[in-house]
Design a protein around this ligand. Structure first.
Ligand SMILES: *Cc1c(COP(=O)(O)O)cnc(C)c1O
Length: 479
């Protein structure tokens, strides 16, 4: 029988080349002109639908026409999170080498799940994981880890592992502890895992936004008296709000004494360990049972790449290994790791490649320099703000995060009016599209938060942004 209508979804050799060159040209143009663009975009659902909504086309279109439409209309309608004046949330500075590495992994469509399918990809994940284990003082031989899509998935992977190791199948009495500054992804993970609200203890932080040890000890003691099972604690190494690092060594002692799994969420701040100041703050991080870090944040990788490190790699294997008959033939031998056995995903993209290529290309030293620069820039920003009679520093520069508010000396504004004023400043800045600077809430005050992890950001960028804020603060509000 002859099969009719053969379709291969292919372009000719020359078509592929010229198409690919246009894609690369567009990416390179973006990298070299992004600083001059406006970092903020806006668009309503209605506007987006008008541009994009259509039925799936049955017939082909000219490839270049589709590409140009995408370059003109799609790629221009996202905030530029790598822009020097993109200060909010956690910026994504990215780097060109890793972006190209991601193009390679997609181009070769490498399956990074099982050893035999791609031994080099698996080995590369082992090698880069070893670099990371060493960086964070985790045991090299016994330790292990896995790349995930991001910090949220790394936290989820950690908590599944913690529960399996500490509770087995019965977690009806298990209690988990985290501070009120812990990242929301942890609560999400806890809920995904099927814990009830009654099994979560949110411990208030102290005046410096750190885990309050006394309150933590009281909570654990009370739970023990009630016959519950304290099994896991989540500390944060660099909170998203203020960059604060919990007292890791003290918490480690409590966890050890109480036989509680010690998870550290270092998704925001972990990589600060590459700077001298960060290293001091991170003391005790090596005592964690599991640690989330997020290379697509402060290790300058494009989305997506998160990472979970664990003290003993056998914990991951013990938690995630299933042996279905259809994977028999790619299992490999003992020393050959199938990363699908170390986490939730089976089919995984080759995330280790961008990590590997960017570190090989630039060297760890460049990363150290960039991270140290980020920390210093936040400190310089703090000094600049403190010299002004208009600004009040609410939480000092910590791991490249600083929170402040407009509160001129001698003004007679109430707290409520200050909140409204600072909210308006942020709104006006964002509306101007010249900078992405949004608010957060600390001690019930609305404050402006700058996260300065972009090596492209200069002190002049910061000063211009502060001046922009002041110009809006001084504007008369039209009644
Ligand atoms: C960003 C962040 C996360 C979540 O990471 P994603 O990569 O966005 O999934 C978790 N914890 C902290 C502290 C974070 O800052």
């Amino acid at each position: 029988m002859k099969i009719q209508n053969k379709a291969t979804l292919e372009l000719s050799h020359d078509e592929m080349k010229s198409y690919g060159y246009e894609v690369v040209d567009a990416i390179v143009d973006h990298f070299s002109t992004q600083n001059q663009k406006l970092p903020v975009v806006s668009g309503t659902r209605g506007e987006m639908e008008k541009l994009f909504l259509e039925e799936a086309p049955e017939n082909a279109s000219d490839p270049k026409k589709v590409l140009n439409f995408v370059l003109d209309e799609v790629m221009t309608k996202s905030n530029i999170v790598s822009h020097p004046k993109s200060y909010s949330f956690v910026p994504g500075p990215s780097n060109y080498i890793s972006a190209m590495a991601d193009s390679l992994t997609a181009g070769f469509n490498i399956f990074s799940g099982g050893w035999q399918a791609s031994p080099a990809a698996a080995e590369m994940e082992i090698v880069t994981m070893n670099w990371l284990l060493k960086m964070f003082g985790f045991p090299q031989k016994k330790g292990g880890g896995i790349f995930t899509s991001g910090g949220s998935m790394a936290n989820l992977t950690a908590l599944v592992t913690a529960r399996t190791v500490k509770c087995g199948d019965d977690f009806s009495k298990a209690i988990i502890y985290l501070s009120d500054q812990a990242h929301s992804s942890n609560i999400k993970a806890i809920r995904v895992l099927g814990f009830s609200k009654e099994q979560i203890r949110i411990i208030p932080t102290d005046g410096e936004f750190k885990f309050s040890l006394n309150k933590l000890k009281n909570a654990i003691a009370k739970d023990r008296l009630e016959g519950l099972q304290p099994f896991c604690l989540i500390a944060t190494a660099g909170t998203t709000n203020t960059g604060t690092v919990d007292p890791l060594s003290d918490i480690a002692k409590i966890c050890k004494k109480e036989d509680i799994w010690f998870h550290i969420d270092g998704a925001y701040g972990g990589f600060a360990i590459l700077s001298e100041d960060g290293k001091q703050l991170m003391k005790g991080i090596e005592k964690a049972d599991s640690l989330t870090i997020d290379p697509h944040k402060w290790f300058f990788q494009p989305y997506e790449i998160g990472c979970l490190l664990v003290k003993k790699h056998k914990w991951l294997k013990g938690t995630f290994t299933e042996k279905p008959e259809y994977l028999r033939d790619i299992e490999g031998n003992e020393s050959e790791i199938n990363f699908y056995d170390h986490g939730i995903e089976l089919t995984r993209r080759f995330r280790a490649l961008k990590f590997y290529m960017s570190v090989k290309t630039f060297g760890l030293g460049e990363f150290r320099k960039a991270i140290t620069y980020n920390v210093k820039l936040a400190e310089a920003t703090e000094s600049f703000l403190r010299k002004s009679s208009n600004w009040e520093v609410i939480s000092p520069a910590t791991l490249a995060v600083i929170n402040f508010r407009y509160n001129p000396i001698g003004n007679k504004l109430s707290e409520k009016q200050l909140d409204a004023l600072n909210q308006r400043i942020s709104q006006n800045v964002v509306d101007s599209k010249k900078a992405l600077l949004v608010t957060t809430v600390l001690n019930r005050q609305i404050v402006l938060r700058m996260c300065l992890i972009n090596p492209r950001t200069t002190l002049d960028d910061v000063k211009e942004t502060i001046a922009l804020c002041e110009s809006f603060a001084n504007e008369k509000v039209l009644a």
